[in-house]
Design a protein around this ligand. Structure first.
Ligand code: ZN
Length: 110
């Protein structure tokens, strides 16, 4: 059974999560929206030429599988971004999906 949270309760829970080093409510919502965009885009990725969904650069090979497969989602990204994700994993400093170009801009074909 679920209940509706008041805005004050939600903010208090979000603040507590952030103090504990977790994502707050706004970050979590942005991540969910980013995942939704990435998943919808990934289904169409082979249908047309596209920029890298992570950085937005037009450097992708026209054959998606000749690019890097993201470590964060089942979507192809440019090779430079693939290397950056590997380095993020090595250092433990992952960038959130909400920072991807596809999550930041409205003009992506989804
Ligand atoms: Zn890229």
């Amino acid at each position: 059974m679920s209940r509706d949270w008041t805005p004050e309760e939600l903010q208090a829970a979000s603040d507590a999560m952030e103090r504990a080093g977790q994502m707050g409510y706004k970050e979590f919502t942005a991540e969910v929206e980013a995942i939704d965009k990435i998943v919808r885009f990934a289904r169409r990725q082979r249908d047309f030429r596209f920029p890298c969904p992570r950085c937005g650069c037009w450097v992708m090979d026209k054959d998606p599988i000749r690019n890097a497969l993201s470590r964060r989602a089942k979507v192809y990204i440019c090779n430079r971004c693939g290397t950056e994700e590997a380095l993020e994993d090595f250092t433990g400093q992952r960038e959130p999906l909400s920072t991807w170009d596809i999550a930041q801009k409205e003009n992506w074909p989804l």
